[in-house]
Design a protein around this ligand. Structure first.
Ligand SMILES: NC(=O)CC[C@H](N)C(=O)O
Length: 368
C-alpha cells in the first residue's frame, strides 16, 4: 500500500484483529474505546467534543478533511466553531483523509492532528470495524500512526468504563461568561460542549461554569435561577459524588435541566439505572419522539450509556424516546421543575430542530 504521508498506520482491536492502513497526524500509539459515528460532517466539532475523551473515533463517512479546520473564534470566551479548545479523541480512523479546499480553512486535518499530538489512521475498511462493533459491542483498541504495535495487550490494561475522565475535561475553578440579561445560571461542567454554552448565552444568561464535583452549597452561593448539568465523558455510574451533589441540590427546589450526562445523572439521582449500550448512539440524524405530541425530531447524539425503559425513576415521566431501540431520550419530573434530554439540543454538528429545549428551560425558570 502506498501511503501519501509516507507512513503506515495500525489499529488493534481487543478481539485480536490487527488492521493495517496509512498513518497521518502525530506519529505515536494511543489506546481507547473504539466507537463510531455516522455523522456526515462536523469533524472539527466532533473531535473537540469532551464526551469523546478516552475514545478512538471511527468516522463512517468516507471522505474527511475536505473543508479543513477553521480558525478558532469566540464570543465572550465561548467558541463558535469548536466544542472545546483542543482535540479530545485519543485517535481518529477514516477511509480517506484529504487536504482542504475551502476559503476559511486555517489548516488541514493532518496538520491539526499533528499539532495536537493525536494519531490518525486512514485507508482502512471502516465498514468492517463498524460491523464488528455492531456485532460484539464496543471494545478497547490501540491506534498507531507510523509505529508498529508490539505487544498491543500492554496498552489495553486500563478499561474505559473504569476511568473517570472528567479530571481531564472539567475546569479546576469556576469560569464565568457574563451574559446580556439579568439571570444567572450555574452549569455543572464535566466537559461541556461550547455549543451548549452558546445556546444558553444567546438566551441572555450569565453562565457560571463550575467544576464537575462542586457541592450543592457552593453552587447555591451563586444564587442561580437554575442549574444545568451538561454532557461529559465516561461511565456515569462512577460519579457517586456528582449524584450526591445533585440530590442535595434537589433539596433546594431549584429548576434543573440535564443534557446527555446530565440526563443520566438525573436518572441515577432519582433512583433509576443507567446501563452500557451495545454500541451507543453517535450520529447527527437520530430520531427521537416527543410523547406529548408524537412529533419526531432528527437530533444529534453522542452517548454510550443509556436509560432503558424499565429503568426510569418512579418520580419521572418519559418525555422522549428513540423509536429505533426504545432508549429513553428525555424525562420530566412529575412535581419538580426538572427536565432532561439524552440527545444534544444544541446540535453542533447537526440539525437545529430541537434548540427550543433551551427556550423551554428559560420558560421553566421564569415560571419558578
Ligand atoms: N455526551 C455525553 O454526555 C455522554 C454521556 C456518557 N459519557 C455516555 O457516553 O453515555
Amino acid at each position: 500500500m502506498i501511503c501519501k504521508r509516507d507512513k503506515k498506520g495500525y489499529i488493534y482491536l481487543e478481539d485480536g484483529t490487527l488492521i493495517e492502513g496509512c498513518g497521518f497526524g502525530k506519529s505515536g500509539i494511543r489506546s481507547g474505546e473504539v466507537v463510531f459515528t455516522t455523522s456526515m460532517n462536523g469533524y472539527p466539532e466532533s473531535l473537540t467534543d469532551p464526551s469523546y475523551k478516552g475514545q478512538i473515533l471511527v468516522i463512517t463517512h468516507p471522505l474527511v478533511g475536505n473543508y479543513g479546520v477553521p480558525k478558532k473564534q469566540d464570543i465572550s470566551g465561548i467558541l463558535k466553531n469548536f466544542e472545546s479548545d483542543r482535540i479530545q479523541v485519543e485517535g481518529l480512523v477514516v477511509v480517506e483523509e484529504t487536504d482542504p479546499h475551502k476559503w476559511n480553512s486555517d489548516m488541514s486535518l493532518n496538520e491539526w492532528l499533528t499539532s495536537e499530538g493525536v494519531p490518525g489512521v486512514s485507508d482502512v475498511d471502516t465498514r468492517m470495524i463498524v460491523k464488528k462493533v455492531r456485532s460484539y459491542g464496543v471494545m478497547m483498541g490501540v491506534i498507531s500512526s507510523g509505529v508498529k504495535i508490539d505487544e498491543p495487550e500492554k496498552y489495553l490494561e486500563r478499561k474505559y468504563d473504569e476511568i473517570d475522565f472528567t479530571e481531564f475535561t472539567s475546569p479546576k475553578v469556576p469560569i464565568i461568561h457574563q451574559g446580556k440579561g439579568k439571570d444567572l445560571i450555574v452549569l455543572v461542567d464535566c466537559g461541556i460542549k461550547h455549543g451548549i454554552l452558546q445556546e444558553l448565552y444567546l438566551r441572555g444568561f450569565t453562565i457560571v461554569r463550575v467544576p464537575c464535583k462542586f457541592s450543592a452549597d457552593k453552587i447555591m452561593d451563586y444564587m442561580p435561577k437554575g442549574v444545568v448539568f451538561g454532557n461529559g465523558p465516561g461511565n456515569p455510574n462512577l460519579f457517586s459524588s456528582l449524584v450526591k451533589n445533585y440530590k442535595d441540590l434537589v433539596e433546594y427546589g431549584i429548576p434543573i435541566m440535564g443534557i446527555c450526562l446530565g440526563h443520566q445523572i438525573t436518572t441515577l439521582a432519582f433512583g433509576g439505572k443507567v446501563k452500557k449500550m451495545k454500541y451507543g448512539h453517535r450520529a447527527i440524524n437520530k430520531p427521537v419522539i416527543d410523547v406529548t405530541d408524537n412529533k419526531c425530531y432528527i437530533t444529534t447524539h453522542n452517548h454510550g450509556y443509556g436509560v432503558f425503559k424499565e429503568d426510569v425513576p418512579q418520580d419521572m415521566k418519559v418525555w422522549f424516546y428513540n423509536p429505533d431501540d426504545m432508549i429513553v431520550e428525555g424525562l420530566v419530573h412529575q412535581k419538580l421543575p426538572i427536565i432532561t434530554v439524552q440527545f444534544h439540543p444544541e446540535a453542533r454538528p447537526g440539525p437545529w430542530d430541537v434548540t427550543w429545549i433551551f427556550d423551554k428551560f428559560r420558560v421553566m425558570l421564569n415560571g419558578h
